[in-house]
Design a protein around this ligand. Sequence first.
Ligand SMILES: NC(=O)c1ccc[n+]([C@@H]2O[C@H](COP(=O)([O-])OP(=O)(O)OC[C@H]3O[C@@H](n4cnc5c(N)ncnc54)[C@H](O)[C@@H]3O)[C@@H](O)[C@H]2O)c1
Length: 422
Amino acid sequence: MAQQLRAGMVGMGMIFDETYRPFFEKAKTAGVYDRGFGDIDVQLAGVATKTGKRAEVYAQSAGDRIHRFQNFVGDQAADQLAQSGVHFGCVATPDDRHFAASKVLLEAGAHLLVEKPSVLTLQELDQLVALADRKGLLAKVVYHKLLDPDHKKLRTLVHDNVLKHVNNGYCSLLEPKQISGAQFSEWITGRNPGTYVAVHYIKLIDFTFSGKLKTVMASGQRGIVGPKDGPTWDSTQMRMVYEYDDGREAAFDIHTSWVTPDNFPGYVEQEVQFRFDNGVWNGHSRKRGVELTVEGQTPTKLKTTINTHYNGTFVEPWGERSQRGYGIEVIERFVREVAFVEFAGSSSGRAERLAQMRKLSYNDLASDRQVVAAVQALEAILDRAAKGQPDCVVRVNDARGGLVLCPPGSNECEVLYGPRIS
Ligand SMILES: NC(=O)c1ccc[n+]([C@@H]2O[C@H](COP(=O)([O-])OP(=O)(O)OC[C@H]3O[C@@H](n4cnc5c(N)ncnc54)[C@H](O)[C@@H]3O)[C@@H](O)[C@H]2O)c1
């Protein structure tokens, strides 16, 4: 008889449809198996959303492909879902609502998987990490780009010291206007494309090259998504400076936009370049291999430069239809970590198994400190700029505190977070 893991889902938007849905559908038929923990029956048991409409439509259209799930709606939906007795909960709401939903899930005793960026401040991160610790639960964040085979190869070359000492680099991610204009229009006011997507690269840099974050700077443009002097940003450019054990530094620029024309062939175009003492790594989503044109369908209905590594629907050579890629793999990997803690041995060994899974710095919330620090710094710099004080700099771990925002030409610095970051 298979062991059971009942799952809850908070938020059922684009990312649910792209990654969680195919994972839960596959798990319903195939289960999740490992020699260590056996055959696990993973069930989507409940979902929490603002209106419940997408959940209803999905339940109808999916039919037997998914278990019957409870549909919680409205402001208390995440609490109700948490109280319904799920073993783990996934949070895929807009990023400024991650904290509240994550907290109620952990408080109710559910392991947590939260979308990136995990939370927007270190104060929130501290609370979630302490809560998970007290309750003996996993609290993890989804950074699927770490599972991209190209990024895995980059990290392997760095880990094996083939590429030596990164000096500087840039990353850029350009999203089409329809993301800011239609897809995210409900929650876009006051938000920026940096927190939402630059965070992928902040984590890639932080995880791949380690080092200590020293400084964060940022600028941005307005006037398309919202007014030119308002709090909603079209594009952002952030710079992070890191210091390594030998005292040498590296600087990284991350450019993001969600106002690129919808017919831009890149659609979601991603580019990175890292320069080392002895080499250069160049990655470009449009040069990865595929460029597709179908009259009347690309680049809007079908994408011109499709990333089949992230997520693709296929007819397998053996005839089966499938949906797979690292965007889905990362969800399954978390479920395997939960199953390992709960089922891969006797209950007396659970604490040891939990400690082992918490050491995984690629997704554990306790290892997300520098990333959240960079996000908190970016948010604070943009907030000051929107209030008429551009060009602030955030220093990390200086004499005044862990995260300190300094306006140009002024000694009036604000301590955003007191304790040291790392
Ligand atoms: N891993 C990735 O690359 C990736 C890609 C896209 C989005 N995301 C992340 O996923 C999250 C959601 O993004 P999306 O694109 O799915 O957004 P979306 O706007 O398409 O969907 C948001 C969902 O959250 C629900 N929601 C909003 N407030 C809620 C609340 N208070 N309680 C319960 N449900 C609530 C909405 O009803 C909706 O179902 C964001 O944090 C985003 O950064 C990650």
